[in-house]
Design a protein around this ligand. Sequence first.
Ligand code: DAH
Length: 344
Amino acid sequence: MKERLEALKQEAIAGLEAVADANILNDLRVKYLGKKGALTEILRGMGGLTAEERPIIGQVANEVRSAIEGLIEAKNNHFQQQETLARLANEKIDVTLPGRQPRQGGIHPLNQVIQDIEDIFIGMGYRIAEGPEVETDYYNFEALNLPKNHPARDMQDSFYLTEDLLMRTQTSPVQVRTMEAMKGEVPVKVICPGRVYRRDDDDATHSFQFHQIEGIVIGPRIRMSDLKGTLLEFTRKMFGEDTQIRLRPSFFPFTEPSVEVDVTCMKCHGDGCRVCKQTGWLEILGSGMIHPRVLEMSGYDPEKVSGFAFGMGVERIAMLKYGIDDIRYFYNNDLRFLGQFKSL
Ligand code: DAH
């Protein structure tokens, strides 16, 4: 029996030493030390031993058990250590790598340009007013001296919701709403940013929906020179201190006289280039002295007060300022485009 135990010990040691995997180690534990294992099997024969032999064999059996157990434990520790080392190697973090920046949003370039324009006018004492995008025929046209069947309505071919309601085609109706709300009080100094809608071509410079900013000033003795000075100040702040403006006679039903305002081309500074079609000038807005009829319709006496108004397209201003050649970039939400404006 003693020999069998010794043989078992040798076999187990040889087997355990060769083990390279924790699962096989466990199989061997069962095989040698388990309830139905080899050691138990041998010890079953203890019953046939004499009283003198029993403690001797018992001792040998204990030695064999603890030798095998010791080896199994050592192997187990070794496997666990290896696993830990492998995991550590796997999860290694290189703290010297440069960090990854989380993507951060930014203000949309159109909103940024609107804010810039607002800031310039707020600096000149204006306040901001807004009006509805669904507008009545009266505010959008009639009160701006564009009666039904007026040919100038054609230029703003519109989205009508009912006979009398439409998506506003311009921000000028906010002039009228402001004048009504002011109930004849002066001074009025307001700018009105917002979306406008027109049935327009969808091309590089047109969109069925775009943004305008309207301006209106009313007071005693407001003159054309005030308009010119205001716009010169605005354009210099917006496009650079060396910007010049010129006023060209034009027509709008709600102003008299009416002008279109050009600025010196920001690309060639007036020398002539592709952007300004060799003229040196770029048109940026419409404006004029508020028509007496418009003042009158909204509760102001044109004998006592006068005023000027102007309206500009935000997209156009942004395109000129940043050299953008297609209006659709503003609406396509391409992050490669938008990302360039994050820190305007
Ligand atoms: N509402 C005009 C348009 O959409 C722009 C405009 C021109 C506004 C002259 C004005 C103005 O206030 O005086 O084309």
